[in-house]
Structure formats: C-alpha cells, structure tokens
Design a binder for this molecule. Sequence first.
Ligand code: ASP
Length: 316
Amino acid sequence: MIRHLLSAADLDHPQALRVLDTAAELLALADRPIKKLPTLRGRTVVNLFFEDSTRTRISFEAAAKRLSADVITFSAKGSSVSKGESLKDTALTLQALGADAVIVRHQSSGAPHRLATSGWVDGSVINAGDGTHEHPTQALLDAFTLRRHLAGGTGDLDGCRVTIVGDVLHSRVARSNALLLSTLGAEVTLVAPPTLLPVGVQTWPVATSYDLDGSLPKSDAVMMLRVQRERGAAGGFFPSPREYSRRYGIDARRMALLPEHAIVMHPGPMNRGVEITAEVADHPRSVIVEQVANGVAVRMAVLYLLLSGSEGGQDR
Ligand code: ASP
C-alpha cells in the first residue's frame, strides 16, 4: 500500500478496490454490539484540523477509535495557531508526541503535501481536505456508496454515470471524485455555471455541461455540491442564490427527471434551499446520511491499510 494519502490519484485501480473491499468488511462491524477491533492498539493517530469540520473529523475519530488507536484531536481554534504558530512548529510538536498518522485538514491547498514531504513528521499523512484541492477519503466514501447502490457492492463502477453539480471551482470533493471515479471506470459529468468551472477542467477525465435538465435523465447518481460561501462562491459568480437554485439546484421536479434507480448524494454540509431542497434531501432515494455512515468504514480501511504492519519505509 501507499504510505500517504494526499490525492485520490495516489490510488491505482487495484489499490482503490482494496480500500473499498476492506471497508465493506469493516462495515459489518458497525452492526455488532462491540464495535472495536484491536488492530491499531498502541498506535497514535492525530487529527490536525485547521479548518472547521463536522463529519470528517468525527468520522476519522470514530474510525481510529474503532481500531483501538490512541487519538489526539487538535483544532486550530483554541490552540497556539491562533497566536501565530506555524504549520511547521505545530507539526514538530505533534511529532514529539510520536504520531503514527497525521490526518490534516487545512485551508491552504498543498498543506498535507508539505507535511508529507518536509520530514517534519514521520508518520503517514492523510489529506482530510486541503483548500480547493482534494478530499480523497470523501471520494472513497462516495465510491463506496455508489458501489453499494449501483454495482451490487463489488467490482468497479464500469459505465456508471455520475453527474456532479454546482460549485466545482471551490470543491475539493469534485476534483477527488473526478479522479477516483474515473479510475474505477465511472463516466463523470460536471454540470456547473461557466463561472464555477475551474480553469484547466478540460484536462480532467470528465465531460462538462451547463445543462442540468439534459444531464439528469442520463445519470445513475447525482452528486450535489455545496455553494462554498466561505471561499467567496456567492460573490459575483452567479446573479443571486434564487437564480442559482433555478438553474443548478435540485428540487422535486428535477428529481423526477432522474431514472427510477438513480440516487442523490451530497457531501454535506447542505445549504438546504440553495443547491438542494429539503424535499429532495430527505427523500428515500437520497443517500446523504448513509454516506456519513459509510465514511467511518472507509476511513477505518484507509487507516488500517496505511498503518497496519508498517514500521517505516516508503512502500507500506
Ligand atoms: N465537507 C466537504 C469538504 O470539506 C464539502 C463541503 O464543505 O462542501 O470539502
């Protein structure tokens, strides 16, 4: 296995399937009264969160604890980062605690890469979302959810048509999904206003469209993205939230354009009433809550595969 997980592109086809297969085995654990395995006993996992998070932080914490690791959760708010401490000094402090894995979320694209290549920490680095760049474990949990609903839980996603809609420009979820889902054989279409598609999207392994109504009937799954106001998405990229919802939001009328078997996804947190109506979010074909549950199993699989049996070395 790889040592660090910084990008969805770090996983080739067999490695991606290995993570998903391992997660499927680990998911069964969630139904047992005692949800713990001794696999990572004595290993230290540090959650290093410089940016707000609900699902990802809790999910990694639950995953590490279910594997019996010692978990230290660090959030920048309330720490010496708010006194100006640098990423390097924070990392060196964590290294002194003997972290075997550092799970990092940072507002700057590339921060996890810097940690992994700087020598500041010895352990595995897992990217839990860096700026507008990548969020590989979100893509893995999305692939896992798609596989359960559309591919019978095994094999790859050959020919599955996944439409990703909305604020692609600011979305690390979109980029990681585009990379991973295409590795697994899915056909990905990005639908967004022209202003919210990144420069260079032509080089991504995806199709693009501005026409949501035309794309939905050809989709096995639709993944709605949050309009990322904190990254400036509402400032001039579209005329008004109302206009955005009219063109790129999903409501009951649009949901009826999807094939009967299709599912609706969202990485959370949702802006209900902007990119998705409450009616669709809470619909039986919405798998948004299941995505969260699957996230724990997928993150257990990632921690297990990156850390188990590893005592250093590049290829572990
Ligand atoms: N929770 C996801 C992320 O951290 C998606 C989002 O924030 O919109 O990227």
